[in-house]
Design a protein around this ligand. Structure first.
Ligand SMILES: *Cc1c(COP(=O)(O)O)cnc(C)c1O
Length: 386
């Protein structure tokens, strides 16, 4: 089977993890802050907070921005469920904004229309989470302009996008947002096994992220309600969680991030080969926005179903039966039973649903060989034209 995504673990990665196992610290040692510095260095952000997943980073990002009961969080329906669930964890209400049919990212025009309507109903969102689908940044300038006008906060879900750029800055710089979240799950661009991070340029937000990551407990006297009782003293000042990253994960991350540029370059090489070899098939290839240099976590094609004698399910099944482990990203979140039960319906977000009916993620990972990629292309070609 050729998978759709796979980690690339080097001997250096292995040695880095083994070194930690033989050191004094398995948690709360020097590696986590070192990994956070590496993330700041790469993104150009002031602060980074490493966590045990992007899901927990999204949760504490919402908490750090004060999301709570009675508030609204909006995101894209074409994302992993975690981008929406973080709002529900905070007892907030979740709603969606349809995608742009070309980029598949949250559409700024649809966002503006929805904001205008929400304003008249007094239901403006507190947080909007644009998701950089497949690694291509959303139109952050347009979204930031709307945030200034309507007063919502922005968390970028950049789980797909580390190593990418928006205009001239690295994704994660938070130039147009309050917080950016990354995932280091093994299928993503760099991995720590499980893991995530939140970057920000605001010291107050960073302070809150650190508190919520670790039980709401602090050892910093300036955050306490009174002077410490003694050198042993800590205070719990918020209701936080244990969302900490381990030293093992951080050591793997430090080692992996040194190859980030190489990983993304290799993904771009593969994308160019796909664009070349699939050009004459009845499929829509990924649109490349001129403002964005994609991290290329995923390579999603859309089947031009009117020119194909099979439906998406048949094409998908035949690819799998031929040894190509394609995938679909994503089932629209509002069509999940948990969200349907909250009142969302089929038909609510037509561009997202149309995209879902046609999308297939082809294998995309640095270790994909040219010969395996050629097999993917010829197999797809045979399936679509037979
Ligand atoms: C993978 C992913 C997440 C969740 O990441 P974890 O690190 O597995 O928690 C959230 N959002 C998006 C868009 C993702 O792709």
């Amino acid at each position: 089977m050729i998978p759709y995504g796979k980690q690339d673990i080097s001997q250096d990665d292995i040695d880095a993890v083994v070194d930690v196992l033989q050191s004094d610290f398995l948690t709360q040692g020097p590696k986590v802050p070192e990994f956070e510095s590496a993330i700041c260095q790469h993104t150009g952000s002031q602060y980074a907070t490493a966590t045990n997943s992007a899901t927990s980073a999204l949760h504490i990002a919402c908490l750090a921005l004060g999301l709570g009961k009675g508030d609204w969080l909006w995101t894209s329906p074409i994302t992993f469920v975690a981008s929406a669930n973080c709002g529900l964890y905070c007892d907030a209400e979740v709603d969606f904004v349809d995608i742009d049919p070309k980029t598949y990212n949250l559409c700024p025009e649809a966002l503006e229309r929805k904001l205008k309507k929400a304003k008249t109903e007094n239901k403006l969102p507190k947080i909007v989470i644009p998701v950089h689908l497949c690694g291509q940044s959303c139109d952050m300038q347009a979204i930031r302009k709307l945030s200034d006008e309507y007063g919502f906060k922005i968390i970028e879900d950049a789980s797909h996008a580390i190593g990418g750029k928006y205009q001239d800055t690295a994704v994660g710089s938070c130039q147009y947002s309050d917080i950016t979240v990354f995932s280091f799950h093994p299928v993503k661009i760099v991995t720590t096994a499980e893991g995530g991070a939140a970057t920000t340029n605001c010291s107050k937000i960073h302070e809150k992220l650190e508190l919520f990551r670790s039980h709401g407990v602090t050892r910093k006297p300036e955050l306490m309600t009174h002077a410490p009782d003694g050198p042993w003293y800590y205070q719990q000042v918020e209701l936080g969680y244990n969302y900490r990253m381990t030293e093992l994960q951080a050591a793997l991350g430090i080692s992996q991030i040194t190859r980030l540029e190489e990983f993304v370059n290799q993904r771009h090489k593969l994308a160019m080969r796909y664009n070349d070899k699939l050009a004459n098939l009845p499929v829509t290839l990924p649109f490349q926005h001129p403002d964005s240099y994609s991290g290329l976590h995923l390579f999603v094609i859309r089947l031009q179903l009117e020119d194909i004698s099979k439906d998406r399910k048949t094409v998908f099944t035949e690819l799998r039966e031929s040894g190509i482990a394609v995938n679909v990203h994503y089932i629209p979140v509002h069509l999940q039973p948990y969200y349907q039960q909250k009142g969302f319906n089929a038909g609510d977000y037509p561009h997202a649903e149309q995209y879902y009916a046609e999308a297939i993620s082809l294998p995309m990972f640095p270790l994909l060989s040219d010969s395996d990629q050629d097999i993917v292309c010829s197999t797809l070609s045979n399936i679509l034209t037979s």
